[in-house]
Write a protein that binds this ligand. Structure first.
Ligand code: GLY
Length: 352
């Protein structure tokens, strides 16, 4: 997999012009969802390279991250005369960058694409690292490909208008990057004033967060080893997310990951020697900003079953990424049913 250029933008219009110029193309297409088409695309009207670009607009939200939407993008590219030398610019959150990336990876066996993420979650996670795909057969990201964008432009000005819940959802992935990198980065994330956001400081922290992910992806693009570190919080988090969805009370991905990290840090203390005071500091931050997720002990079996079906598992053994300390990663760990139930007890007692 090629290295992916990630640009922390200062002057988006210029940097976007330059990124497009570095990808010679016979036709440019811009993919947006109905929200980013209305709210974000107009902010790029001064960008000369976008003049005359083909516009493709899809429905917003995860419900549209499916084969029908993907086919509509392929069709729009085909009807719009796209060739193998055309370029796709994905402007949106993770749903647009995932689906657009997969459309680009598969159209005429692959055309180049550039990601311009508009949410914090997409900036620090989805748009970076070359994972593309769609949901299929009721399963999230079931079909996809590793296909890096030619460039990812991180323009944190978009975050000024992001609602608080989506801001927090992305911030959970930043917190994860803090936990798997250095005590200094983790501490600055916990100390950040979430109620009076200093956007200049945030810009630097986002840059640092993206760097954490990029370094890992560079080392292990296909998730054979160290990239699994990025799964911290996701084994329990995905179970919470699936349970909430099945019960008709969906939660944002980052919230589920934040809650999942509470349980997985508890397992890290129990099984990997993670310092309990650092766990408590992190748990306090999650409780104060994300609130709690309600479930009772009658749902433990269902949560456990959801964990056993996680696609990160091998031969039915639940796979966790745990930590020995901040930045000291223990890959391919497992935990028994008893320890997992204990972590769920801990969650309810501490967060409830
Ligand atoms: N979202 C985790 C990864 O990109 O590997």
């Amino acid at each position: 997999m090629n290295n992916q250029e990630v640009i922390l933008c200062e002057r988006l219009a210029t940097e976007l012009e330059q990124a497009i110029a570095r990808c010679p193309n016979d036709r440019l297409f811009v993919l947006t969802d109905e929200h980013t088409h209305r709210l974000c695309l107009p902010l790029l009207q001064g960008v000369g390279a976008l003049k005359g670009a083909g516009e493709i607009v899809i429905g917003a939200e995860d419900a549209h991250k499916n084969l029908a939407t993907l086919a509509s993008v392929w069709k729009a590219l085909s009807d719009g005369g796209a060739t193998r030398h055309s370029l796709l610019l994905n402007l949106g959150g993770g749903m647009v960058t995932d689906l657009g990336g997969f459309a680009a990876a598969t159209f005429k066996r692959g055309i180049a694409y550039v990601n311009l993420p508009t949410t914090l979650l997409a900036m620090v996670d989805a748009a970076v690292g070359g994972k593309t795909g769609i949901n299929f057969n009721g399963l999230k990201n079931e079909i996809g490909a590793f296909a890096p964008a030619a460039a990812v432009l991180i323009a944190t000005d978009f975050l000024r208008t992001l609602d608080r819940r989506n801001f927090l959802s992305g911030y959970a992935e930043m917190l994860k990057h803090g936990l798997i990198s250095t005590a200094e980065h983790w501490a600055e994330l916990l100390a950040f004033d979430m109620d009076n956001v200093d956007y200049e400081r945030l810009r630097h922290m986002v840059g640092r967060s993206v760097q954490v992910k990029q370094n890992i992806v560079r080392e292990d693009p296909l998730e054979r080893g160290i990239r699994k570190a990025l799964n911290l919080g996701h084994t329990v988090g995905h179970a919470f997310e699936s349970l909430a969805l099945a019960q008709g009370r969906p939660v944002l991905h980052g919230y589920a990951v934040a809650w999942g990290m509470v349980c997985e840090l508890y397992l890290s203390v129990l099984q990997a020697g993670f310092p309990s005071e650092r766990m408590r500091q992190t748990v306090r931050f999650v409780r104060d900003h994300y609130g709690s997720f309600s479930f009772d002990c009658t749902e433990y079996d269902r949560l456990y079953a959801l964990m056993t079906h996680d696609k990160k598992n091998t031969a039915g053994v639940i796979n966790f990424t745990l930590l020995k300390d901040v930045g000291r990663i223990a890959l391919d760990q497992t935990a028994g049913r008893e320890a997992i139930f204990e972590a769920l007890d801990f969650f309810r007692e501490t967060m409830g």
